[in-house]
Structure formats: structure tokens, C-alpha cells
Design a protein around this ligand. Structure first.
Ligand SMILES: Cc1cc2nc3c(=O)[nH]c(=O)nc-3n(C[C@H](O)[C@H](O)[C@H](O)COP(=O)(O)O)c2cc1C
Length: 175
């Protein structure tokens, strides 16, 4: 089964749709989900954690492992980063891996792993002078942007067609 890294950050309303409108449909399409949360959204999603965990056989993560512990997730074949806050999107563009979610995203971008990002930012956040530059950096690294949770699966099929149908098994090594 191909592995999809699903990363979520703390954008308003995420608790309303992450499980029902994203994680469950993706798992239903045959992806094995490797879910990593930012520390802030992990707190927000406490009431939804059991339902989120039920979408995958892998642990839902938000803390880094100890150096003596094995990596709990295999290396994903593709990534969905949804929702992406202005904060975490900026950190990804700059290569700042200061939590487990950004660490896996930054490494995935370095490997040019197919990645769909769903930004959710306010008008003021989008008007920050660095924001368009961050989008451009991500776009230049092959990131494809989705407009809403419902379109993530469609966009993912476009950026990772061979991965989605299990034809690219070369990146399945346990990291
Ligand atoms: C109720 C609430 C809603 C928020 N909605 C958003 C949002 O839609 N987009 C965004 O970029 N930040 C939003 N924020 C701010 C982020 O949660 C904040 O920048 C946080 O540090 C992001 O952390 P993370 O990127 O590590 O998850 C919101 C904050 C609160 C309290």
C-alpha cells in the first residue's frame, strides 16, 4: 500500500473537516496515512484524535522521536499539507523544521516528493510582503496548491498519478 504523508497545521475550522472530509476519503482511496500534526493543531484536535487515528494503522504524530527510538512512519510516497497556516507555509518555504510536522515536510520538499498544499490564510496574512514569495518558492519546487478540502484528492491524483495507483513502489523503504 502506498503511503501518504498527511500534515495539518492550526487554521480555523480544521477540527470540522480534517477527519470526515480529508483523512477518511484519502484512506478510502487506498492511501496508508502517515499523519503528522503541528503542536498547536494537535491541541486543537484532541477531541478528534481517536477518529483521526482510526483512519490509519500508523501512529498520529506531533512530537519528535528520541534518537534511540525507531522512526514511527515509513517514508511517504506523496504528501498532503492541509490546512497550511501562513506560519507553517512560510516555514516550509524557508526550510525551517522546528517541529515534527515541518521536519517531515521540509525533508519531503528536499526529495521533491509530490506534494499538495491547501493554504488557509487571512487577507492580512496573504498581504504580508513575504507571502507571495513563499508561494513562488513552493511552486518552483513542484508543490501544487488546492483550493479546498474537496479538491485535494483530485489535485493529488494529478500530481502523483503513478503513486496513487501503486505503480511507484521504489520509495517505500522504512526511514
Ligand atoms: C481560532 C483561530 C483561528 C486561526 N485561523 C488561522 C487561519 O485560518 N490561518 C492561519 O494562517 N492562521 C490562523 N490562526 C493562527 C495560527 O493558529 C497561528 O499562527 C499558529 O501559530 C499556527 O501554528 P502552526 O502553523 O504551527 O500550526 C488561527 C488562530 C486561532 C486561535
Amino acid at each position: 500500500m502506498t503511503v501518504l504523508g498527511l500534515v495539518a497545521s492550526a487554521a480555523g475550522g480544521v477540527e470540522q473537516w480534517l477527519v470526515d472530509d480529508l483523512a477518511r476519503p484519502l484512506a478510502g482511496r487506498g492511501w496508508r496515512l502517515a499523519v503528522t500534526l503541528t503542536p498547536t493543531v494537535a491541541r486543537w484536535l484532541e477531541p478528534q484524535l481517536a477518529a483521526l487515528a482510526a483512519t490509519t494503522d500508523l501512529p498520529v504524530r506531533w512530537t519528535p522521536r528520541l534518537p534511540t527510538e525507531p522512526k514511527p512512519h515509513p517514508v511517504p510516497d506523496a504528501f498532503v499539507f492541509a490546512p497550511a497556516t501562513a506560519n507553517s507555509l512560510a516555514k516550509l518555504a524557508l526550510g525551517i523544521g522546528d517541529n515534527q510536522a515541518l521536519t517531515v515536510l521540509c525533508e519531503a520538499l528536499g526529495r521533491r516528493t509530490p506534494m499538495v498544499v491547501l493554504p488557509q490564510v487571512s487577507e492580512d496574512q496573504a498581504a504580508h510582503p513575504a507571502y507571495q514569495g513563499h508561494l513562488a518558492v513552493l511552486r518552483s519546487a513542484g508543490v501544487v496548491f488546492a483550493a479546498d478540502p474537496a479538491s485535494v484528492t483530485r489535485v493529488l491524483d494529478r500530481v502523483a498519478p503513478f503513486v496513487a495507483f501503486g505503480e511507484n513502489r521504489s520509495n517505500n523503504a522504512c526511514g
